[in-house]
Write a protein that binds this ligand. Structure first.
Ligand SMILES: NC(=O)c1ccc[n+]([C@@H]2O[C@H](COP(=O)([O-])OP(=O)(O)OC[C@H]3O[C@@H](n4cnc5c(N)ncnc54)[C@H](O)[C@@H]3O)[C@@H](O)[C@H]2O)c1
Length: 273
């Protein structure tokens, strides 16, 4: 169902790899709500993933850019503005990767070169994206920039490894840049802290299915899925949330406020029998 919430708006969406990607759902919903979009991902993800199917569906150009590479980001923003014939209204940063997680290196044994990559790809890239947009004055007043994060930034979750550190930095960058972008250009910057979600990145986290089941059992509303997340992103891109900025917004069915649910309590008791 469309409410035309993004009618006339233009946005760049990072991170749609395949149909499971949260960014994929956001792209589809944004177009349904009347937006025009540009899709971007790394050159290798463009080759390995299914983004062209999405591009066709959304009538959107695909522009390759590594989110850690400032020159590539500059070219992306220039091309996107050329395509739109003007400035951008919203940006989704849906980017994350940890070589330590990929190689199953436990947190106490982190490889520091890999840690540097994790932080660059999953957090500092958000600063780079905003710095390029800011320098080029590429975002319209009252524009909206959103990055996706996870609650392991606040609390420790087994298996989330150095991605927890990256998410803490990502959320801090959202606040720090949000203060400047809001003051200078009325652009808002927020992070959405999403439930565990079954995607390619999600599957990489060890014990993901247990994490999903645990979060489901803990959350009064159940886990938020990728479609739910897309809907929430749309509200943040819309004009209905113009004064929301520098926030880390939990989108997790209530998980983040729970201590112990009946479902988890009873399954724990059962296990102890
Ligand atoms: N899946 C979950 O459980 C979950 C929960 C909370 C937050 N998130 C966050 O949501 C975001 C999207 O992840 P997803 O779950 O949709 O998985 P996904 O694997 O579909 O998306 C991750 C994307 O990051 C892209 N990427 C990796 N390195 C990049 C780089 N250098 N430059 C540009 N793009 C790069 C990948 O190509 C991919 O498209 C991530 O930030 C992730 O941490 C995911």
């Amino acid at each position: 169902m469309s409410y035309n919430l993004l009618k006339g708006k233009k946005g760049i969406i990072f991170g749609a790899l395949n149909e499971l990607s949260i960014a994929w759902k956001v792209a589809e919903r944004a177009v349904e709500e009347g937006a025009e979009i540009v899709l971007t991902n790394t050159a290798i993800s463009l080759r390995m993933g299914d983004i062209n199917t999405l591009a066709e569906r959304c009538n959107a150009p695909v522009i390759a850019a590594d989110a850690t590479n400032v020159e590539e980001l500059e070219a992306l923003v220039d091309k996107a503005m050329e395509h739109f014939g003007g400035k951008i209204d919203f940006v989704l940063h849906s980017v994350g990767m940890s070589p330590n997680v990929r190689k199953n290196i436990p947190y106490q044994e982190l490889n520091y070169d890999f840690l540097g990559k994790t932080l660059d790809i999953s957090a500092i890239s958000f600063h780079k994206v905003m710095q390029v947009l800011y320098r080029k004055n590429a975002v319209n007043d009252w524009g909206s920039i959103v990055a996706l994060t996870y609650m392991a930034a606040q609390r420790t979750f087994v298996g989330y490894n150095d991605m927890a550190d990256a998410k803490a930095l990502l959320e801090s960058i959202a606040r720090s840049y949000g203060a400047i972008y809001g003051r200078d250009h009325k652009v808002r910057v927020n992070t959405i802290s999403q439930s565990p979600t079954y995607t390619t990145a999600g599957k990489g986290i060890s014990g993901m299915s247990g994490m999903l089941d645990f979060a489901e059992a803990m959350s009064p509303l159940g886990n938020a899925d990728a479609e739910d997340c897309a809907n929430y992103c749309i509200t943040l891109f819309s004009d209905l949330t113009r004064k929301v900025t520098m926030q880390n917004l939990y989108h997790d069915g209530g998980f983040s406020s729970m201590g112990l649910s009946e479902a988890v309590y009873h399954s724990f008791l059962k296990g102890a029998e």
